[in-house]
Design a binder for this molecule. Structure first.
Ligand code: ZN
Ligand code: ZN
Ligand code: ZN
Length: 143
């Protein structure tokens, strides 16, 4: 089932998530909807360099992250990327536990929403914050 985050217009989404409508929020949501791979802050800075500075972009990403519109993806090179969430994320609670795939040729990272993270055995006294599973290889477009 496609996420409403990919189908509804940016203005409508901001309203649904009780976020004030700003130009930067609209533009960044549009970028996430336009590209079918995860976006880094650097990529968005490059895309929107004529319109917004990096602090505004950083703050916008932070507010999307805290409100359940996007989730964080850790890269195998220490970078961070973001992708739109599925419908059931709200507030700071992210419920999806899918695997991500990073292509070593084009460098793009995508959500594999149908692949769930296997049950990871954690020592009883440990507290889990987040689990990241990244599969790397060559994507269909690059093969
Ligand atoms: Zn989420
Ligand atoms: Zn690729
Ligand atoms: Zn994802």
């Amino acid at each position: 089932m496609p996420s409403i985050l990919k189908e509804k217009g940016p203005e409508e989404l901001l309203k649904k998530y009780h976020l004030r409508n700003t130009d930067c929020r609209v533009k960044i949501l549009e970028s996430f909807q336009q590209f079918d791979f995860a976006l880094s802050q650097g990529f968005l800075e490059e895309e929107l360099k004529h319109s917004f500075d990096r602090v505004t972009i950083y703050r916008t990403l932070k507010s999307f992250l805290e409100n359940g519109l996007i989730h964080k993806i850790l890269d195998n090179e220490g970078g961070i990327k973001y992708a739109l969430c599925s419908d059931d994320c709200s507030g700071g609670d992210h419920h999806h536990s899918h695997v991500h795939f990073k292509c070593e040729v084009c460098g793009q990272t995508v959500c594999l929403e149908k692949s769930t993270i296997p049950d990871v055995k954690i020592p009883k006294n440990f507290l889990v914050d987040e689990v990241n599973v990244l599969v790397s290889g060559i994507c269909g477009k690059c093969r």
